[in-house]
Design a protein around this ligand. Sequence first.
Ligand code: MTE
Length: 327
Amino acid sequence: MPLIRVPKSWEIPDREITPETFFLNRRRFMTNLIGAGLTASLLPLTGCDNDSNSKLANGQFSTKAFPDLTRNPNFAQVDRPITEEDLATKYNNFYEYGGTKSIWKEAQKLPLENWQVEVTGLVKNPRIYDIDELPKKFPIEERVYRFRCVEAWAMVVPWVGFPMKLLMADVEPTSKAKFVRFTSFYDAKITKGNGFFSQFYPWPYKEGLRIEEMANELAFFAIGIYGKDLPKQNGAPLREVIPWKYGFKGAKSIVKIEFVEEQPATFWNTLSPNEYGFEANVNPEKPHPRWSQATERIVGPGSSFSWETRPTIIYNGYGEYVANLYA
Ligand code: MTE
């Protein structure tokens, strides 16, 4: 049953949401807009529109955290509204801080001071980036992506960050590099998780991709959401966003990125390989051993029983960009 709710000011009203096929590529997008005589009027609307934001020319907008942000027109909207900020920042998975969805308060223990990200392994230019260096070095943009958790809930999040391929170009992986491993912040005194079993988990949280997946146009490093710095509970100050894969592939609070020859061991895959594959592409036809993946529940206000259910889309709707990786 669809939910009736009042959109937040930063959401694009439903009537302006165009079928996703309209946005399949930039040229078609621009041609359609120009054809409709809408370029000037619609583009500025794609910016965030709350009190701290102001619209600039050419689709640029300004927020306190990101003074000249542009929403990438190829990823300006999807087939459903952007999730309310309050839900995306208060309904989380971050097992370092607990095993429930309400870890946002616990996650405030994450210390962000002097954060560095080490990029190492099979690269020509190993680097240690100070976190503040990243938005100066790489052009920052906003992308609205569907987000699908393996637990069959889904959101739509406006991420702020830069494509992973830009960082790859900076460090230059060698021809031996076949995979990449991302490691999250871990300090046994702070990231204790909760419950008896968490002491046996294979900390720190690690995830991995094939090098071709990392080079894909969609693979993204986020440093913000909703025009603001990434909140701690969402993986501050740097996380992966891989929209065609289940959410667990997106390691949060990254401290290390390593280019390696062999497929790296990852957190959930080590814990339960039959349930959480390394590839983990969103696929309605491939059920999780304990539940179907044919449909997903769209996170909304109120009890999850009242959330809208939709059919899951293969590759989470991003097949046009990624299906060739798995041909
Ligand atoms: N990264 C770390 N370090 N620890 C985690 O527990 N959970 C993963 C992923 N990244 C997780 C993580 C899972 S299961 C999901 S669904 C997403 O983060 C949730 O991201 P969100 O809380 O921003 O929605």
